[in-house]
Design a binder for this molecule. Structure first.
Ligand SMILES: [Zn+2]
Ligand SMILES: [Zn+2]
Length: 117
């Protein structure tokens, strides 16, 4: 759905008491050392746009998110050659943006540790 045709949207009343839904999620056991290494390597800057992390976490670390270029769900590995540290904006964009494939290409070009899976 596109949100462009605003004029046809009437104001929704919403749901006062939303019902609970339950879903089953599959998670992957990841290596915490891979995440720690990638975050350290990024040293507080997004590896995509080079901006500083947007905030400091309660633990005193710059907040960046680790993204797997080939998704674990698609058989990607949890290794430093498949993971990058991104700011939340770039992370969302690399998942949902119209230019996501060019962002991925530029990361592979920029970071020599990455290996195509
Ligand atoms: Zn970024
Ligand atoms: Zn991701």
């Amino acid at each position: 759905m596109s949100y462009k045709s605003k004029e046809s949207l009437s104001e929704p009343s919403g749901i006062k008491e939303p019902e609970k839904t339950y879903s089953q999620v599959t998670n992957f056991r990841r290596d915490p050392k891979v995440k720690a290494w990638v975050l350290k390597e990024a040293s507080g800057k997004c590896e995509c746009c080079n901006s500083d992390a947007p905030f400091t976490t309660a633990e005193g670390e710059p907040y960046l998110e680790v993204h797997h270029l080939r998704r674990l769900a698609d058989g990607g590995s949890d290794t430093i050659t498949n993971a990058v540290a991104l700011c939340p904006n770039c992370h969302r964009e690399i998942h949902y943006g119209i230019n996501k494939s060019s962002l991925v290409d530029s990361l592979y070009k920029k970071l020599s540790r990455l290996v195509h899976e």
